[in-house]
Design a protein around this ligand. Structure first.
Ligand SMILES: [Zn+2]
Length: 185
């Protein structure tokens, strides 16, 4: 699985993202949006039941995917947001138990979902500006960083970035190669 975020635009694409052991949801919402309560409600409709999903239960999965059809559509069409998913692989240490004092390590897959403006440009601290969804590894690392206090800023258009940096933003070179509109910006 490549380390990049892919867009989830339909319930069947969402279905393809199921199967990780757990998931994390990040919401990169424009703080000034008047629609914010509605947006949060829509996101809740998609993610409320995700923790109960048993991917072996096809009826349950089908009902879940039916249920997210409208909110997923609304997120994109009414609010101009995108939902993306990326997975990370690691080891999870199980606590030692009486009958097995050696702590066990098991493979662990985690799905990261991000609801963000479409497109979304972001940076950590004073670093270069990345675009969400490129093959840039640094962008992936920032977006999946679990530190809540990571200073992260999100812009919703190249124009907005250019204005914020008075015409000379420091784009990430890797993201720039992946996103033709940045070559012109
Ligand atoms: Zn980048």
């Amino acid at each position: 699985m490549p380390k990049r975020f892919v867009k989830v635009t339909t319930p069947s694409e969402f279905g393809g993202s199921l199967g990780a052991q757990d998931y994390v949801l990040h919401q990169w919402l424009p703080s000034t949006s008047a629609a914010e309560p509605e947006i949060r409600h829509t996101i809740d409709q998609i993610f409320n039941d995700l923790q109960y999903i048993d991917t072996g239960d096809r009826g349950f999965v089908a009902a879940f995917l039916d249920g997210i059809t409208e909110p997923l559509k609304q997120l994109q069409a009414a609010f101009g947001l995108q939902l993306v998913v990326g997975t990370t692989h690691g080891k999870m240490k199980l606590p030692s138990v009486e009958w097995n004092p050696e702590p066990q390590q098991i493979d662990w897959e985690r799905a990261y979902y991000i609801v963000a403006p479409d497109p979304a440009f972001f940076r950590a601290g004073d670093g270069p500006i990345h675009k969400l969804g490129t093959s840039c590894r640094e962008a992936f690392a920032i977006a999946t960083d679990s530190k809540e206090d990571l200073p992260r800023h999100v812009w919703t258009s190249t124009d907005e970035v250019i204005r914020a940096f008075e015409g000379s933003p420091s784009w990430c070179a890797k993201c720039r190669v992946d996103a033709p509109e940045l070559l012109l910006a």
